[in-house]
Design a protein around this ligand. Sequence first.
Ligand code: ATP
Length: 309
Amino acid sequence: LAQLYGPLNQLGRIYRSINQSLVDTEKLLALLSEPTEVNDKENAADLVVHSGEIEFDDVHFSYDDGRTTAINGVSFKVPKGSSVALVGESGSGKSTILRLLYRFYDLGEGQGRILIDGQDIRDITQKSLRKAIGVVPQDSVLFNSSIQYNIGYGKFGSTPEEIEAAAKSAQMHERIMGFPDGYNTKVGERGVRLSGGEKQRVSIARTLLKNPPILLLDEATSALDTSTEKDIQKALQNLVQGRSSLSIAHRLSTIASADIILVLKDGQIYEQGSFRELVELNGLFASMWANQVSSSEGPAPSIAEASIK
Ligand code: ATP
């Protein structure tokens, strides 16, 4: 989701919108050069989340004023508390869907609507929208500060007990206890270096503290060893529990356990259903799946181990 942090216009807005996700100076500076795309309406209300249901209603979107189409008539719902996985080849529109929901771009007239609990996201404040959404990006950025600070950043004024509970839930507590100064250990470039999987668990702990009703997840494509994979899977399970989530999914565990899988192709939903339904359909998803299994090194990921819906 690094690209989610796209076109924001002013520093103040960037601070508010990136909020609990990630900040580093280089990224902030890169963001500042992006053009303005989205402004709140004068009478914009705050989003009121009842159940966290998300709806894309015939959404069309182009990055270049209609010359090429990124999203071409996409409609789907993420029912309250359910998980939707986006799969599809590169350029099929997965990231664009997340960016639109996070409102880095507004849909124009005739480009459809995106609703959260019936409220068109163009009519609400960006601040309230982003407060309701937790983002776990592919590459989580850590501050050069203590692990406690890095997790506690998810919620202003969080107590050490809350931070520890979040770290436990994110399967990071034991690793932290192995650091020389426990939760006070400095991490980041000038401290203990964490692996990609560990950084992601810090990001999950941060998001657990933020406690948003809606989640956007961009899974890392890189292969993880089995025990890291299991830890992340457990951490993600704890995070998505009871929240509406939209994931760019690469992992078997996520794809297999999603309530709904949307298979994207050329900006359209080409197939949708549960893992089982899509395998039985024997179409695009089934062939993507067969390719993934045959090209993966070592033993094929065990479908039996995942809780397939
Ligand atoms: P990947 O798996 O490679 O991240 P994706 O499925 O997320 O791909 P998108 O990034 O949503 O795909 O891209 C959808 C289409 O929009 C592609 O044709 C892409 O080239 C185009 N696109 C994406 N971002 C931009 C941008 N910032 N400016 C112009 N075109 C873009």
